[in-house]
Design a protein around this ligand. Structure first.
Ligand code: UD1
Length: 364
């Protein structure tokens, strides 16, 4: 079987690592990097640390408005897909690279699989929500990470080709947790933390938070209220907007350059709680049993909130301080197995094989 898999942004590199290995062990894989994320610390470091095979092709699309970025990718992907004629195209997550892949493949009538299908924030002001809806509605095979995601698809009338295989991040975390932990002693002094010193880990990169001056000012203000160091790897978009609005973080915030996946997991594993607007990090925090405060009005990972491990919070002092106090309190007693069990990548490739052989899918 010949598979063409497209990635372009950080969360996709993290998720594709175990799937790419599984595909390469059994089939021909053409891994395509759109070039949406191109800085070494946003891209290359993930390939190195997660031992991901070098992409067969890099489309070098780079930055641009949504239409320019997505459209340029589609033109290049269409040409490539016509040339390669893969048996399956795989799109992953919810970025502009995801939706460009899905639209290019669907219009060529190539079988399309979407990994991380069925997530919804029900907030259409987020570009990611538009990307998810379009991609899910034109995919043939939908790999959902949770039952909530399967139910979301059902509400939109999508019931065929849906497989609840679990979350591929389970496999990624499984592969890196021990090597990540061993990096902590070297990492702590680099960010001025004493061994065992409590700290919060923070990431902010969503346009809804960074590109609105009042909101970003609010985030800067509430971060100053945290009574411990806040370690903040700064995404390029955040750096740019802090400069545009002439904002600076308070002294308790340790702003550092973006870090790789191993260091992220090492810091997540060692922190008291996380402050984030990232989808992936909310889930990784849950997997590592860390409380999260999500600076957004909605989340795709509602089960992390209903189980008491994650709190949605606006950047307003009173609500924020209450959320921090709760996150530093006792952990919830229950930690249900929302994201399935290890072996998600193997299940994904098993399903694709069975579809091509027209035999009953293993978990249908
Ligand atoms: C994208 C995804 C988002 C994902 C995130 C992870 C979309 C719509 N959003 O958001 O779902 O959570 O990636 O990081 O696809 N930039 C650099 N260097 C890089 C990459 C980007 O400087 O290597 C700059 C760009 O010039 C741009 C900004 O960062 O100004 C944002 O990049 P972009 O690809 O538009 O989206 P992200 O915010 O990273």
């Amino acid at each position: 079987m010949k598979i063409l898999t497209v990635v372009g942004a950080r969360p996709e590199f993290i998720q594709i690592a175990p799937v790419d290995r599984e595909i390469r062990a059994r089939h021909q894989q053409i891994l395509v990097h759109t070039g949406q994320h191109y800085d070494a610390e946003m891209s290359q470091v993930f390939f190195q640390e997660l031992n991901i095979h070098a992409p067969e092709i890099n489309l070098e699309v780079g930055s641009g408005s949504h239409a320019v970025q997505t459209g340029t990718m589609m033109v290049k992907l269409e040409e490539l897909m016509l040339q390669e004629k893969p048996d399956f195209v795989i799109a992953i997550s919810d970025t502009n690279s995801t939706v460009a892949t899905a639209m290019a493949a669907a219009k060529l009538n190539l079988p399309l699989a979407h990994i991380e299908a069925g997530l919804r924030s029900y907030d259409r002001t987020m570009p990611e929500e538009i990307n998810r809806i379009i991609t899910d509605h034109i995919s043939d095979v939908l790999f959902s990470p949770t039952q909530v995601a399967v139910d979301n698809l059902k509400r939109e009338g999508i019931t065929t080709g849906v497989f609840n295989v679990g979350d591929v991040r389970m496999d990624t975390i499984d592969a890196v947790l021990e090597p990540a932990r061993s990096r902590l002693p070297a990492l702590q002094p680099m960010i001025g933390l004493a061994p065992g010193q409590p700290f919060a880990l923070a990431t902010i990169h969503r346009a809804g938070n960074t590109d609105r001056e009042e909101r970003l000012r609010g985030i800067v203000q509430v971060f100053s209220l945290v009574d411990m160091p806040v370690v903040l790897p700064v995404h390029p978009r955040l750096a740019k907007m802090m400069q545009t609005y002439n904002l600076t973080f308070s002294d308790n915030v340790r702003a550092i350059n973006p870090i790789g996946f191993l260091d992220t997991i090492a810091l997540l594993d060692a922190c008291r709680f996380i402050l984030t607007d990232s989808g992936g990090l909310q889930k990784e925090a849950y997997m590592l049993r860390k409380p999260a405060i999500t600076i957004r009005e909605t989340t795709e990972w509602t089960e992390t909130v209903t189980s008491g491990w994650n709190r949605l919070c606006e950047p307003e002092p009173e609500a924020f301080q209450a959320a921090v106090a709760a996150a530093c309190g006792p952990l919830p007693a229950e930690h249900p197995d929302f994201y399935g069990t290890y072996g998600v990548s193997r299940r994904i490739v098993d399903v694709l094989e069975s579809i091509l052989k027209k035999s009953p899918p293993p978990s249908a």
